[in-house]
Design a protein around this ligand. Structure first.
Ligand code: ADP
Ligand code: ZN
Length: 744
């Protein structure tokens, strides 16, 4: 027998290896193996088994199979294979994506083993009758150990004021037992989650749970077709999480496991608590703040079947759960589900595909579904479950005020102020009532542009074609693309003018102004700059939860998933910020952000207000969002996408070309486009090549080409052929992003 092995080295193909007789039983598709390759020992996976090989030379044997069963299930292998074909990514990179790095690199040696001590078992203990012969010191050890029970050796040694060496000697005499135990590095260690009494479901929630449970029930029937994905369209605070929890409970009762995907940014302690307190120790939480050890151990806890509910971001879609019954993708519209490096997969779409391979139920939940999912539900590909009102009758819809910033410019040199009069009034009122406010602006730092008012010079990054953002704390300029920093020039480098203007607003500036406007208020800011320490995120939220903060200012970190009943005011400082970026989904994103921010208010019994500051109150995205009217927005937006033949009517793929020499990149992108046009002919519409929106990143010049098409099963293989013909390019890198999340 032979195995087709994909090694971890970048080659995008498999190689044949001989399966030695003694490994015949163990070698299965998905097995992790050690093989020799070009005289080196490398790791890889068996993708399939075969009884003949086309290779003429000497077929080398597999050296070792790691683990006692395949690390990748059949369906995960299929999923990796599908990703490789669909996202035009090398197979080894897709295999890398499905297993966390600490698991991959540790082999079977990633566990932490520690020595423990306990009293000997009963039979051996007979010998202990001769206690008289024992020294005082040994007797004390035995007494203490009887009291404490089994303990880690080193901890017991210090507790008993003795040394591990002395205890080891005692163990040789048969007086105590020392044994090895695998330690679990537990990300939830030291946290207790009290069980909560779940609320009684309302009618819409029960109906949604029923639809999901019926889909879960068909999973065990292998002859039934895979259940259709379910789109759970529920307004914010309609109680979607409660629906998930009930559906997972049903899944566990049926002897199956579940995965819940949550955007990293909303994977807050609050969310984790809701799952952990409902399902206890069978819950595994995966997020980017885990240490390598924790990640390794959590993966094995899932792999062994001990953990049955997995909560995590994007990559948790590959969690090796035993008998998958249900995969939930919360906030399915989130662009963060799209990985921004190869393979450029969208975890939502991978979840749908995994549902097919694993024959399990898939739920996509959102208050503002992506137009892709909305379109799929409308065409009958997905089943729709709708929850149109807030969960509890005590919660009412937030009231929305559109503040027309064009009317606020008087007395301010024609420049709109950061805070409009109505918003200031509303905040003052909340402060006097002891209620809380959240203020949102999706831009961190103090001011995004440092400009000379005399000659117009803007301070830009040396390596990237973007302006640098001024940061107040530390008084420096930072490039938000590459992260480089520099000091603020004392005069304009271009004309020598000694006065430079800080233009535009970021969250730091809002904080500064808010402190002046509301001197007695307790104000905090939450953005990437204030949450770099491991627990700072949790600390800020705890202070807000306990009422120690009156006003929380933040970026999209505060827009998502938070549930604080005393927040009765949300202010969106500049609703237009995301509206005029070059992206076919700009309106959709703006609608989503406003709807999410509105969803943060009025979650308790006091109704909430939302103030939306905008220069274009008549824009459909802003108007519909202010009425919480997703349906009208989706219909209008779909109509215009249809006119332009944009996704979700068509699909789009974005090619990015980059290199150090701008002319080289430009001419290559032109040649590439001609090749694409000649190959795909009338089956694809091309846009570009054009310079990318950020033309230079880390000293690399970038051009892009977007193609729109309708028939992926024909276009994608053709694109793959094109990519293989150009892969050898040295000076220009080509990257391909199928179903790009942001494109134009
Ligand atoms: P969503 O995820 O749709 O935004 P959540 O699941 O967070 O909504 O629920 C919003 C709030 O409503 C939570 O505080 C939750 O505890 C509460 N809630 C959910 N379902 C019910 C119900 N049936 N009765 C009363 N309160 C509920
Ligand atoms: Zn830069």
């Amino acid at each position: 027998m032979y195995a087709k092995v994909a090694t971890d080295t970048a080659l995008d193909r498999t190689f044949d290896y001989l399966i030695p007789a003694e490994m015949a039983e163990m070698a299965k598709p998905g097995s992790r193996v050690k093989v020799t390759f070009n005289g080196r020992i490398v790791l890889g996976y068996i993708l399939s088994l075969t009884d003949r090989t086309d290779f003429d030379g000497e077929v080398k044997p597999i050296i070792q199979i790691i683990g006692n069963r395949p690390w990748l299930s059949k369906s995960i292998l299929d999923l990796a294979g599908w990703m490789s074909a669909y996202y035009l990514a090398p197979i080894e990179m897709c295999l890398q994506a499905v297993l966390p790095a600490p698991v991959r690199s540790a082999g079977s040696n990633g566990f932490v083993i520690r020595n423990f001590i306990c009293l000997p078992s009963c039979e051996a203990a007979v010998g202990l009758d001769h206690t008289k012969k024992l020294t005082q010191r040994k007797k004390r050890v035995i007494d203490l150990l009887a009291e404490s029970g089994s303990m880690a050796l080193s901890e017991f040694a210090s507790y008993a004021h003795t040394t591990p060496a002395f205890l080891k000697k005692m163990s040789q005499e048969g007086l105590v037992d020392i044994f090895e135990k695998r330690i679990r590095r537990d990300p939830l260690a030291g946290k207790t989650y009290l069980p909560v009494t779940p609320p009684l479901l309302n009618e819409a929630q029960s109906a949604a749970v029923d639809i999901i449970c019926r889909a879960v029930d068909t999973v065990s029937d292998r002859n039934a077709p895979s259940p259709k994905p379910i789109l759970l369209f529920g307004v914010t605070a309609s109680g979607k999480t409660e629906v998930y929890l009930n559906a997972i409970e049903h899944t566990l009762h049926s002897g199956m496991s579940a995965i819940v995907l949550i955007p990293e940014i909303s994977l807050t302690p609050q969310t984790v608590r809701r799952f952990a307190s409902r399902f206890g120790p069978v819950t595994a939480v995966l997020h980017s703040r885990l240490s390598d050890g924790e990640r390794h151990d959590e993966w094995h806890r899932i792999f062994s079947g001990e953990a049955k509910v997995v909560v995590g971001p994007r990559s948790a879609v590959f969690a090796p759960i035993e008998s998958p019954g249900l995969i939930i993708v919360d906030e399915e519209h989130e662009p963060t589900y799209k990985q921004d490096e190869t393979p450029h997969y969208n975890a939502r779409d991978v979840a749908v595909m995994r549902g097919r391979f694993d024959h399990c139920a898939v739920v996509l939940g959102s208050a503002t579904p992506s137009l892709e999912s909305w379109h799929n539900a409308a065409s009958g590909k997905y089943v729709m479950a709708e929850m149109p009102v807030r969960a509890s009758s005590e919660m009412s819809r937030p009231r929305t005020m559109l503040v027309d910033m064009r009317k606020e410019t008087t007395g301010n040199n024609g420049v709109p102020p950061v805070f409009s009069e109505p918003l200031i009034e509303a905040i003052r009122e909340r402060l006097s009532l002891g209620e809380q406010t959240m203020l949102f602006l999706n831009r961190r730092g103090y001011s995004p542009r440092v400009q000379c008012p005399k000659c117009g010079h803007v301070e830009t990054c040396e390596q990237c074609s973007v302006g640098m953002t001024y940061h107040l704390d530390g008084n420096f300029l930072k490039c938000h693309v590459c992260g480089s920093e520099k000091t603020v020039p004392v005069k304009c480098p271009s004309c020598g003018n000694t006065y430079l203007k800080f233009a535009g607003i970021g969250t730091q500036r809002i904080e500064t102004i808010a402190r002046k406007l509301f001197p007695s208020a307790r104000i905090e800011r939450m953005d990437a700059d204030t949450t770099s320490r491991k627990s700072s995120h949790e600390d800020i939220l705890t202070r807000f939860m306990t009422g120690d903060t009156d006003i929380l200012i933040g970026t999209q970190m505060i827009a998502k998933g938070l549930d604080f009943p005393n927040v009765t005011l949300a202010g969106i400082i500049n609703a237009d910020a995301s509206l005029y970026i070059p992206d076919l989904r700009a309106s959709e994103r703006t609608f989503q952000l406003i709807a999410q921010m509105s969803g943060r208010t009025g979650r308790g019994i006091i109704p909430g207000d939302v103030y939306i500051q905008t220069m274009t109150p008549e824009h459909p995205a802003i108007k519909c969002a202010s009425n919480e009217d997703y349906r009208s927005f989706a219909e209008q937006e779909l109509r215009s996408r249809k006119e332009l033949d944009f996704p979700p009517i068509s699909r789009c793929t974005l090619f990015t070309f980059s290199g150090e020499d701008r002319d080289c990149v430009e001419s290559f992108s032109n040649k590439f486009s001609v090749l694409v046009r000649n190959t795909l002919g009338p089956h694809a519409a091309l846009r570009g090549p054009t310079p990318a929106p950020i033309e230079k990143v880390k000293s690399m010049w970038r051009f892009q080409l977007t193609i729109f098409y309708h028939n992926p099963s024909m276009i994608i293989p053709a694109m793959k052929r094109i990519m293989t013909t150009v892969r050898t390019q040295k000076k220009v890198r080509v990257s391909v992003n199928v179903d790009a999340a942001s494109a134009f």
